[in-house]
Design a protein around this ligand. Structure first.
Ligand SMILES: [Ca+2]
Ligand SMILES: [Ca+2]
Ligand SMILES: [Ca+2]
Ligand SMILES: [Ca+2]
Length: 268
C-alpha cells in the first residue's frame, strides 16, 4: 500500500507502465468467431482517443493469448456503421491496427523486427504504421456481427521464438480506425496505449504484456455415472425379475393343470 501511494505521488514513476496486462496461454481458431477460451482472457478497453469521441465513434476491447507458435489478439469493435474497402487508403476505412515490440527494445520509433499490420473490417490486410513490418505467416479473420465487427489475428513469433514462456514480457498496441459515415473518411481513432504520441507508433509507449499460464480448466460437472452404470445395473435386475415371474406363472399353471387333471381322474 505504501509503495502504491509512493508510486502515485512521484510523477513519472507511474507513467512508464501506462498500461500493463497479461496474455493467457491457449490456441484459438483464427476465423473472426469468438472461441470459448477467449472468455478466460483479460479484457482491455481502448480508451486513448486520438480523434473522435466514445459517443460518436467505434469503441473496442482487446484480448490476448499465446502459445509456442503465435501471439493472438482478439478485437471486438462496437460500430454502428461497419464499412470496408471504401477508400483505397486502408486506414481511412473501418480497421484495426496491431503492433508488437516482441523483442521489448522499447525504441521510440518502430525498428526492424517490430510487427505492424492493419486488418480491415472485411479482413483486408495492409502494412501498419511506417517503419513496422507485416510479418510473413500472419493469420487473420474478421466477421461482421450485430452492432459491429470482430477481428482475430495470430502473429508468428520471430525474435522471441526461443524465449516465449510464462513470464516473458514485451510490448504491443492496438488502434481502431472508424469511418463513422461509411464514406471512406476516418472520423475516430482510439488506441490501447501510446498516450501522448499524436502520430505514428512509438514502441516505448506500448502496453506491456506478460505471458501467463493457461487458465484453469472448468470444474468437470459431476457426471451422473450412476446414470449409465445404474441403468446397466437395473436393467438385468428387471430382466431377472421378469424371468422369475414367468417361471412362477408357469409353475402356478402346471399346478393348476395338475390339480384339474387329478380331480378329473379322481372323479372317474
Ligand atoms: Ca476464433
Ligand atoms: Ca522492437
Ligand atoms: Ca464505422
Ligand atoms: Ca467518415
Amino acid at each position: 500500500m505504501a509503495l502504491l501511494l509512493l508510486t502515485l505521488c512521484i510523477p513519472g514513476m507511474a507513467a512508464a507502465a501506462e498500461k500493463s496486462t497479461e496474455a493467457i496461454k491457449g490456441t484459438p481458431v483464427i476465423d473472426g468467431f469468438i472461441d470459448d477460451i477467449w472468455g478466460k482472457a483479460v479484457t482491455e478497453k481502448l480508451e486513448n482517443w486520438r480523434a473522435g469521441t466514445p459517443e460518436a465513434n467505434a469503441n473496442a476491447t482487446v484480448k490476448t493469448m499465446w502459445d509456442e507458435e503465435y501471439f493472438y489478439m482478439l478485437v471486438e469493435v462496437t460500430d454502428s456503421l461497419v464499412s470496408s474497402d471504401v477508400n483505397s487508403t486502408p486506414w481511412f476505412n473501418d480497421s484495426v491496427e496491431f503492433y508488437m515490440d516482441e523483442g521489448f527494445e522499447q525504441d521510440v520509433v518502430q525498428e526492424i523486427g517490430d510487427m505492424s499490420v492493419r486488418i480491415g473490417a472485411g479482413n483486408e490486410v495492409s502494412p501498419g504504421a511506417p517503419g513496422g513490418e507485416i510479418r510473413n505467416g500472419i493469420l487473420s479473420g474478421a466477421q461482421h456481427v450485430e452492432g459491429g465487427y470482430v477481428v482475430e489475428i495470430a502473429v508468428p513469433w520471430e525474435s522471441a521464438k526461443d524465449k516465449v514462456a510464462v513470464g516473458y514480457v514485451f510490448g504491443y498496441d492496438v488502434q481502431v480506425n472508424d469511418d463513422a459515415t461509411g464514406t471512406g473518411t476516418r472520423d475516430g481513432i482510439v488506441r490501447l496505449a501510446n498516450t501522448g504520441q499524436p502520430k505514428g507508433s512509438n514502441p516505448s509507449l506500448y502496453a506491456i504484456v506478460t505471458l501467463a499460464d493457461a487458465p484453469a480448466a472448468d470444474p468437470v460437472e459431476e457426471t451422473p455415472s450412476s446414470g449409465s452404470a445404474g441403468e446397466a445395473a437395473v436393467n438385468p435386475d428387471t430382466g431377472d425379475n421378469g424371468l422369475y415371474l414367468v417361471w412362477f406363472g408357469l409353475l402356478l399353471l402346471s399346478a393348476f393343470v395338475y390339480m384339474v387333471s387329478y380331480r378329473r381322474s379322481a372323479a372317474k
